[in-house]
Design a protein around this ligand. Structure first.
Ligand code: SF4
Length: 468
């Protein structure tokens, strides 16, 4: 059986303790968030579509982990079978390290290795993944003519059936991965040593806990860190916070002595101590326009950016309006909803509807990390910046006013702001909407609409709270 895989190698490179815990105590992992599950799912869909670039291959995916040795042996047999020209998820194992390669394509008497990425650009992480795969392939003596990373072409515009040869771009990384081989080899040996340890390595919490990925063992490793610790501050970055922490500054009182008086840092620590939120009202009221609630509406847009374009004229990750909810005095029953969950091809029908509805109000209030004005301008729902001034984004105003609560460390989201302002409020399950937006499984339409409207009502409640 193997000791390392691509995912455990990456985990070990981030933190050896995370690797050890994954191998020896996986039951201590935090639950995967719904957003993370959706991202994994999106990568799988793009990978399967990429198979069409090299059709007719043998799928070597094992049905379960126990099949890895069998599939690795079959992969080797297929390489010697001249009738096999393409394999998907070919399994290789070398030096106790197992990989599954997205595609392996015969090229004369050699092979081209291909890894598929669901993004529109390549990052260092992808090059490092490829370096590990090359290390194993080389160790298995696979004669390679090339190693390519395949990714989505942001310029591709769908016109009829998807043309996979144009949808994907590829880049040869063979020279790079060859150069990285000694580095990978030394790390494979180091990480194998970690897994063989009798106990988890004594690694204190640090910047590695959130970088480059949020670790799965935060719930376990951070359990002694109080919920209101200064480590949850956002006014200082993790590097600065952990420098203090590792130098014995382990309480809010000690940290308060290190930060300037009357600074955002001080106010954040005080908010943590009193378990409340902080906001600079002076800034907030400066950015708050004059709003008459009777002539304003609350708008919640559900935008969707499918990796693979769904309708003609669209590019990868191009934004569609999948649904909206508008709450205002001119709407029947106070709130109107439009959606095209059942047929995404109808998304452009939202535009004239929104133009008509928005025209009835003096101000449109929303809460979104996206720039709603840009979205509305992009889709020509509003036509110039002066009309754009009618949009008030509560998210931007709160951020500008340094709104802070311990939960904000986990993201400046509507859910976290709500928990900060109304700790007694029962939270709605808005992640069902997120599943949509991230391209995961489609939720029940009624539930999605319910969530969309509930979000809108929550925005109104927060808005009223701050503007009273
Ligand atoms: S939470 Fe931090 S210290 Fe613990 S395993 Fe993860 S990265 Fe390592």
């Amino acid at each position: 059986m193997h000791i390392l895989s691509k995912s455990t190698y990456i985990k070990g490179m981030q933190c050896p303790k995370a690797l050890y815990m994954q191998k020896k105590h996986p039951y201590l992992r935090d639950r995967l968030s719904i957003e993370q599950r959706a991202i994994f799912r999106r990568g799988t869909d793009v990978g399967i579509l990429a198979h069409d670039c090299y059709p007719g291959g043998l799928d070597m995916s094992p049905a379960s982990a126990s099949q890895f040795p069998k599939k690795a042996a079959e992969t080797m047999e297929n390489m010697n079978n001249p009738s096999v020209n393409v394999m998907y998820e070919a399994v290789f194992q070398y030096n106790d390290t197992l990989i599954m390669l997205d595609m392996l394509v015969r090229d004369g008497d050699r092979w081209t290795a291909i890894e598929v990425k669901s993004s529109m650009a390549l990052s260092e992480t992808y090059y490092n993944d490829a370096a590990l795969q090359y290390y194993v392939l080389h160790g298995c003596r696979v004669p390679l003519s090339d190693f390519k990373l395949m990714y989505l072409n942001g310029d591709y515009c769908k016109n009829g059936p998807i043309d996979v040869d144009k949808l994907f771009r590829s880049e040869s990384v063979l020279e790079y991965v060859k150069l990285r081989e000694p580095f990978v080899e030394s790390n494979v040996e180091r990480l194998k040593g970690v897994v063989a340890l009798p106990h988890a390595p004594a690694i204190p919490i640090g910047t590695q806990c959130h970088n480059p990925y949020t670790c799965d063992f935060i719930g376990h490793c951070w359990k002694k860190v109080p919920q209101n610790s200064f480590l949850h501050m956002t006014a200082l970055n993790d590097k600065v916070l952990f420098e203090q922490y590792h130098n014995g500054i382990d309480t809010n009182a000690k940290m308060l002595e290190r930060v300037p008086d009357n600074s955002v840092e001080t106010y954040q620590i005080e908010a943590l101590e009193s378990n409340t939120y902080y906001i600079d009202y002076k800034i907030f009221f400066n950015v708050l326009p004059k709003i008459k609630l009777e002539s304003s509406a609350f708008l919640n847009l559900l935008l969707y950016r499918p990796a693979i374009p769904e309708t003609d004229g669209m590019k990868p990750y191009q934004e569609m309006i999948l649904a909206f909810a508008l709450k205002g005095a001119h709407e029947a029953e106070g709130q109107s909803v439009w959606h095209c969950f059942d047929d995404h091809g109808k998304w452009k029908e939202a535009i004239p509807l929104l133009i008509e509805k928005i025209a009835k109000y003096e101000k449109i209030v929303c809460f979104t990390p996206q720039n709603t004005t840009s979205t509305l301008l992009r889709h020509e729902i509003i036509h110039n910046q002066s009309v754009a001034d009618k949009v008030f984004n509560l998210f931007e105003a709160l951020e500008a006013a340094h709104f802070y609560h311990a939960r904000i460390k986990n993201g400046f989201t509507l859910q976290h702001v709500t928990q900060a302002v109304f700790p007694e409020m029962e939270l709605f399950e808005h992640s069902r909407i997120l599943m949509n937006a991230l391209g995961g499984d489609f939720p029940d339409t009624e539930l999605a609409i319910h969530d969309l409207c509930t979000e809108n009502e929550t925005v109104e409640r927060i808005f009223r709270h701050f503007c009273k």
